[in-house]
Design a protein around this ligand. Sequence first.
Ligand SMILES: *Cc1c(COP(=O)(O)O)cnc(C)c1O
Length: 222
Amino acid sequence: MALTDIRARIARAEAAAGRPAGSVTLIAVSKTQPPDRVDDVLAQGQRVFGENYVQEAQARWTDRRAAHPGVALHMIGPLQSNKARLAAGFFDAIHSLDRPSLARRLAQVGDDTGALPTLFVQVNTGAEPQKAGVLPDEVDGFVAECRRSGLTLAGAMCIPPDAADPVPHFRLLRSIAERNGLPGLSMGMSADFETAIAEGATHVRVGSAIFGARQATGELPS
Ligand SMILES: *Cc1c(COP(=O)(O)O)cnc(C)c1O
């Protein structure tokens, strides 16, 4: 089965990198997947899932999470500031902290409601204009600003440019994370998660290799 295969590949990659078994968290990216595939992967014991859209995640996971103790939901898609409160109350982790206004909103929501999801700073390692994320040169200042506003940061996340060799991007993210005291590295997707593990990933975000190709959904709101 696909999930069993991915888990075995993660275990081999951990071992090959001399890293302890279980040191990498597999985030099964269920965005836009049909419900029966999600239920199948849940039935196989997977408990950590990634979603890109707040409303889609709520629709899919409110009942499933109640029925399956231990489910953890990670927001991996761009997050609008006006959805920060909703997202912080719903997700266990947010991987797309990518700008000061969102950091301020999340700090405020934490103060108001006590919601404190695990936070990863998204870094635009390829400095791609169309892509979200803090520019590599601006991460140190951004991290300092987040900490001043009271946020605790767990790690850094990147999505390397399409068709590029991901290794330089994984290494850049790792060096940025290390110098900022960020222990988590959210990097690696279906095509390159083993490479990411070799480069130190603590969280890999794997969708299509587990669930199969995503359905074309058109434009979904985040
Ligand atoms: C969709 C998505 C993934 C999963 O991509 P696959 O190539 O299907 O594994 C991982 N990370 C982010 C941020 C995504 O949007």
